[in-house]
Design a protein around this ligand. Sequence first.
Ligand code: PHE
Length: 346
Amino acid sequence: MEPKEQVEALENKAMEDLNDVNDQDALMNFRNTYLAKKSELSALMGKMKDIPAELRGAFGKIVNDTRAKIEAAFNAKKEAIERKAMELKLKAEEIDLTLPGRTHQAGAVNPCWVIVDEMMDIFAGMGFDIVEGRDVETDHFNFELLNVPKDHPARDMQDTFYIDDSLLLRTQTSAAQAHYMLSKGGKEPIKMICPGKCFRRDDDDATHSHQFGQIEGLVVDKNISLADLKGTLELFVKKMFGEKREIRLRSSFFPFTEPSVEVDVSCAKCGGKGCNICKGTGWIEILGAGEVHPNVLRMCGYDPEVYSGFAFGVGIERLAMLRYGIDDIRRIYANDIRFLKDFSEK
Ligand code: PHE
């Protein structure tokens, strides 16, 4: 075949092939075959030397025109394929503006946090510092410095999650008392509350949980008496549960307080007459408290001849359950938005 006929044949074949090109891959193959440096067209240019010198110019023009034609056809095809791809993409991503929007459920504050926030407000208002304790404690701070030596039977009541012989998950926020007293060097007066988590091996039922929240309170100064404890807690209870609430102290025992008391609040439902909520007594127990034991003061750097103090520890879930009439402690942990909304809106 003459070179000129070869060029024509190539053009026909290229146009035929281009008809079958329908996607990006085929486009690339086509370009490599017909338009790239090593394409058949370029190879034909290499035949120039076999052509008589006077015909070379004409032949070169034919090759270049053919390349231009193939290139133009290729570009048109490429544009068509890309347009088609874009149309498909737009169709696939079409948004129906008439559909209703998706709503996001907003969270709600857990009733325990409502209680903690309020307690912090009430006690900050009385001049208390808010202190942060630690979840992992040493036996020394959780027990020994609170007048609970190794063999003390009171340890049984707080059968505990130990990490090793001397490290444990705090069983009571009272551990923060010792840290705070030691940090004050035995001289400065103290007024603090410390909210935090506690852990005890316990049944998990409607009123117990192996993990729960407590708020510790501690006051140390000269001439602090049980009357100060009573006055402080009375004010707290009235602010938290209402002006009409009264408190009463019953004697009790804690190794780190002497004397020790349980504090009851008068029943909000029956006003003290007796009902199913207060089990007929008119009173509901809310916390443990007492005058700081001289041994604790001494071990934590305060001279019990000069200083005295009171401490209390209150269960956060218990306060929330009382205030909101929650019947099962497990509801507080279930994180059910319907439940949470119910209480945070109150
Ligand atoms: N730590 C005690 C408990 O968890 C409560 C308490 C705190 C009692 C402070 C007296 C003083 O049961």
